[in-house]
Design a binder for this molecule. Structure first.
Ligand code: BTN
Length: 279
C-alpha cells in the first residue's frame, strides 16, 4: 500500500523523486517532465518522431488540451493527478495494437488494486473504473509507415487527488478519483513508480506470451463480459450481450437476434451497460 503520510501526498513531481526507487529497466528511465503542455500524447509523439528510446516517459503537471478517445476532453487540472505518455516500439504488426491497449488497462487496474486495495475493474475498451465510476482512461496513438508500426504512444490519465467539486456537474456521477474512493490523498510519485513497473512487466509478457494469456487476465478484471450493452458507433448502434473478445481484442457481441457482431475499439463512441445505474 502507498504511504499515508500527508506530507508525501502533496509532493510535486520531480525527475529525481521519480527516478529514486523506480525499479524498471526502461520505462521512465528517459523522462521529460513539464509544468504544462497541451497534451502529453502530442509531446510524446514529437519525441518519438525524434527517435526517443522505448520506454521514454512524458509527464505533465497539467494539460491545456488533454484529450480522450473520440476527441473528448480529458480534464487535467494542475498538481492533482497523473497525466503521462509512454513511447513504445513493439514489432511492426498493427493488428496487435488493440491487444496492447487491453494489456495496459490491466496494468493500471492492478496498480490501483495493489496500491490502494480498491477494486479496479475494466470497462471495454479503455476505461478503468472503481465502484462503477471512471478513474482512469487510456489513449493509444500510433504512427505507421507503409502499413508497419513505427511507434506507439500510450497515454494514461489517472485521477489521483482530484476532488468531486473540481468536476463539471455532468461528470460527477460517472467520474471519480482514488482520493474520493479512498477518503485520503495519495502520493502520486509512489503511484507512478508502481504503475511504470507494472506496465513494464505487462509489456514484457505481452511481447512474449500468446494473445490468449493477455485476454485471460483482461477477462478476469472485466466488468463488461456477460453484460447486456448498447454499443454506439459513429453511424450505427448494436445491442446485445458481450460474449468475449477476438484474439486482436475486438468485442464480440451476441445481438438480440442471436447473430454475433465483432466491434473494434476504434469504431466505438460509447458502450452503455444497460443494467448499470451509471456508466
Ligand atoms: C479516454 O478515456 O478517453 C482516454 C483518456 C486519456 C487521457 C490521457 S492524459 C495523458 C494523455 N494525454 C492526453 O492528451 N490524453 C492522455
Amino acid at each position: 500500500m502507498i504511504s499515508r503520510a500527508s506530507s508525501r501526498a502533496a509532493r510535486p513531481l520531480t525527475p529525481d523523486a521519480i527516478r529514486s526507487g523506480l525499479k524498471t529497466e526502461r520505462f521512465g528511465r528517459t523522462l521529460h517532465l513539464y509544468d504544462r503542455v497541451e497534451s502529453t500524447n502530442t509531446t510524446a509523439l514529437e519525441w518519438a518522431e525524434d527517435g526517443a528510446p522505448e520506454g521514454t516517459l512524458v509527464l505533465a503537471e497539467s494539460q491545456t488540451k488533454g484529450r480522450g478517445r473520440m476527441g473528448r476532453q480529458w480534464i487535467s487540472p494542475p498538481k492533482l493527478n497523473l497525466y503521462l505518455s509512454i513511447i513504445l516500439r513493439p514489432d511492426g504488426d498493427p493488428r496487435h495494437i488493440g491487444l496492447w491497449s487491453l494489456t495496459a488497462a490491466v496494468a493500471v487496474a492492478q496498480t490501483i488494486e495493489q496500491a490502494t486495495g480498491l477494486p479496479a475493474r475494466l470497462k471495454w475498451p479503455n476505461d478503468i473504473r472503481v465502484h462503477a465510476k471512471k478513474v482512469s482512461g487510456l489513449l493509444l496513438e500510433s504512427a505507421l509507415h507503409k502499413d508497419r508500426l513505427k511507434h506507439l504512444v500510450l497515454g494514461i490519465g489517472l485521477n489521483v487527488n482530484l476532488t468531486r467539486d473540481a468536476l463539471p456537474d455532468n461528470l460527477r456521477n460517472s467520474v471519480t478519483s482514488l482520493r474520493e474512493e479512498l477518503g485520503r490523498e495519495l502520493d502520486r510519485i509512489e503511484l507512478l513508480q508502481r504503475l511504470l513497473e507494472q506496465l513494464e512487466l505487462q509489456y514484457q509478457s505481452f511481447r512474449t506470451k500468446p494473445p490468449q494469456k493477455v485476454l485471460e487476465t483482461y477477462t478476469a478484471l472485466s466488468e463488461t463480459l456477460g453484460q447486456t450493452v448498447t454499443v454506439q458507433a459513429p453511424d450505427r448502434e448494436w445491442s446485445g450481450k458481450v460474449i468475449g473478445w477476438t484474439p486482436e481484442g475486438a468485442l464480440i457481441l451476441q445481438k438480440t437476434d442471436r447473430q454475433n457482431v465483432v466491434v473494434r475499439s476504434d469504431d466505438v463512441i460509447h458502450v452503455r451497460q444497460n443494467n448499470a445505474a451509471c456508466d
